[in-house]
Design a protein around this ligand. Sequence first.
Ligand code: ZN
Length: 467
Amino acid sequence: MTVDAQNAASPETWLWFEQALLDTGWAQSVRIGLRNGLIDVILTGAVAEPGDHIHVTGVPGLSNLHSHAFQRGMAGLAEARGPSRDSFWTWRETMYRFVDRLRPDEVAAIAAMAFAEMLEGGFTRVAEFHYLHHDLDGQPYGNVAEMAEAIAAAAAETGIALTLLPVFYAHSGFGGAAPAEPQRRFVNDLNGFHRLMQASERAISILPDGVIGVAPHSLRAVTREELGVVCGMTRGPVHIHIAEQVREVDDCLVWSGARPVDLLFDTVEVDRRWCLVHATHMSASETWRLTNSGAVAGLCPITEANLGDGIFPAAAYLAAGGVWGVGSDSNVLIDAAQELRMLEYSQRLGERSRNVMADEAGGSTGGAMFRAALAGGAQAAGDSVSHGLAVGQVADLVALANESGADERVFGDVRLDQWIFASRDRRVDAVWRRGGQVVRNGRHVAHAETTRRYARVLARILDLGNA
Ligand code: ZN
């Protein structure tokens, strides 16, 4: 073999971990070679070689199954009490005022900030539920995918993998009510949306492993007839907001006589392509229907807590074998471990119990949640999305640092329990996305520049708000 051929065949980057969570389970002294964006070699019981990136714990990157990237710009700005009882609906008014001012380059800057933080927080792919489509006056941009291109540009810049879910939004309430003025930038008819889907597919073609799906916004914003048409526009994942709010369930009952999850199942065939985002308020039979369909429950525990939505019926759902993953939704705080912590803690408070999300007696809660969120997140992000650490998979890896003073002999799932329940900020030490390092020492490699641009954009938008 010539020297050149030898070089061509050897990994470009070598990582070494004290412990790593492989597809086959935990292993010690793991050396992983990366080539052409993929995992090329995995050696266990191996000694680190000169030039290896040496880290403590290696785990696969998670998919963040639900995000509205632009809402990162409102984080912490909607926490003051209003004149009446605050709820999701008063928060939505604040969001509408914010959205009124955003231009495409600003959306790109805010999305880059959100995506960089996702990578810093252990997510290597995001399913972006993208509904801000049109110009300030509600007219489509000359290029209908202008905003989709801004999202794709932010993904390309930060390195995060993108599943783009263009949102079909047409009405302000059940039964095809006319859209309200603050919704003008979201609204399409079916023909306009078909053009947007085609242009969005072109927009993500700049990405190495972009996936396109579709998102009928909710049963409030889409009629039953439109739902069928929109779902047929792609073979990719289908996501929908559902049963997030008690008022939404009540309105749905008044209008149709059925609860939202029942109404969805009575209207279209829901299968494993689907992700039902929130699904907070379900009856026992709705929970059973969702579990049986193989669809993913898209849980967003931090946002659901922030908006006062309610608590997902996890114990019943898990007992029936339901699939789930987590999303950062409003992006008020972006961190995979904290999403999982909030999920388990909300269950403990609701059930007055402990280790609700663990899957067997003696089993680790953190380990069970991480594996479930890894598989469910990837399923929701698209069939072609690879996940897990095995030869041939896309090289999306996260290195966790040890807690200071943590015992180095702690092995396996306890490391995940420590990360999820007992760590403070930024225990993600390093991240590789498609073989390239995107997070170093806990920070995205372009952190300073991304933050500066974000701050400039926010200053302009908030100044407008004060004018
Ligand atoms: Zn959402």
